[in-house]
Design a protein around this ligand. Structure first.
Ligand code: CIR
Length: 258
């Protein structure tokens, strides 16, 4: 069960954040509204939501997931892959230090939390899967796997296929079931897990968050919602159109702590 979530209010500069898609500039007021909707959903699922101040000097800082990897035992502060995001980490350490011992990824490693999928209480094993992407390199992945191996996690490193982050395409929906895109279905390191595949054309909807028995999914993806519901998963659809314009999704908006 998750008990806390750390989110950050988007600043006005958020509309100038990094993006690889050309879906236009987000509407700031709507973005704030969608962010509030998200934090309300977390609170309604029983989490204490810790909302940090906006950081105008870091337009992407509300994607708090990228600056740390949190397990039940430890928080690893990342070294984000994008230059414009590297300084964000200084602003997350104080709050995380209240909950966990901190360790750090160091040069030449780069890693974004969005590339790291952790299973801590799986019936399979304690498992950490790191995707190599434009934001995460081999030294960063190896440093993280080394740190987590001390806590009994098996580390696997894979290439991220055609997406910003690994978790753009693969996420847990319970302790042994993954929601994946077709491209990630056959990854060897996922062989032991049960998998549901998002319908073609709904790849964005693979970015879901499983929280205390419910799956938060982006709205507007009826095929994925039906697939989940038919398989017994309870879903909550969330508006994220403005967040998606900045390459973001539901996982990246929070750090979740057990
Ligand atoms: C970025 O490019 O870094 C942000 N605009 C989006 C980050 C999304 N984070 C994530 O999927 N974990």
């Amino acid at each position: 069960m998750y008990k806390h979530a750390i989110v950050r209010r988007p600043g006005k500069s958020s509309v100038r954040g990094l993006t690889s898609v050309d879906r236009g500039k987000p509407d700031f007021e709507r973005l704030i509204e969608q962010h509030r909707h998200y934090t309300n959903a977390l609170a309604s699922l029983g989490l204490e939501v810790i909302e940090l101040e906006a950081l105008e000097e870091f337009p992407d800082a509300y994607f708090t997931e990228d600056v740390a990897i949190v397990t039940p035992e430890i928080s690893v502060i990342t070294r984000p892959g994008a230059d414009s995001r590297r300084g964000e980490t200084l602003h997350i350490t104080d709050v995380l230090a209240k909950f966990r011992e901190l360790k750090y990824i160091t040069e030449p490693g780069i890693i974004d939390g969005g590339d790291v999928l952790i299973v801590d209480q799986s019936y399979v094993k304690r498992h950490c899967i790191v995707g190599l992407s434009a934001r995460t390199n081999q030294p960063g992945a190896e440093q993280l796997c080394d740190i987590l191996s001390e806590y009994g996690y098996q580390g696997d490193v894979v290439d991220v296929p055609e997406a910003l982050h690994f978790k753009s395409s693969v996420n847990f929906i319970d302790s042994h079931t993954l929601l994946v895109t077709q491209t990630c279905f056959s990854l060897d390191c996922l062989a032991a897990y049960r998998k549901l595949v998002v319908p073609e054309g709904e790849e964005y909807a693979a970015n879901v968050v499983w929280i205390n028995g419910k799956v938060l999914i982006p709205d507007g993806y009826p095929g994925t919602q039906r697939l989940l519901e038919e398989n017994g998963f309870q879903t909550i659809a969330m508006p994220v159109s403005e967040i998606a314009k900045m390459d973001g999704g539901l996982t990246c908006l929070s750090l979740r702590l057990t």
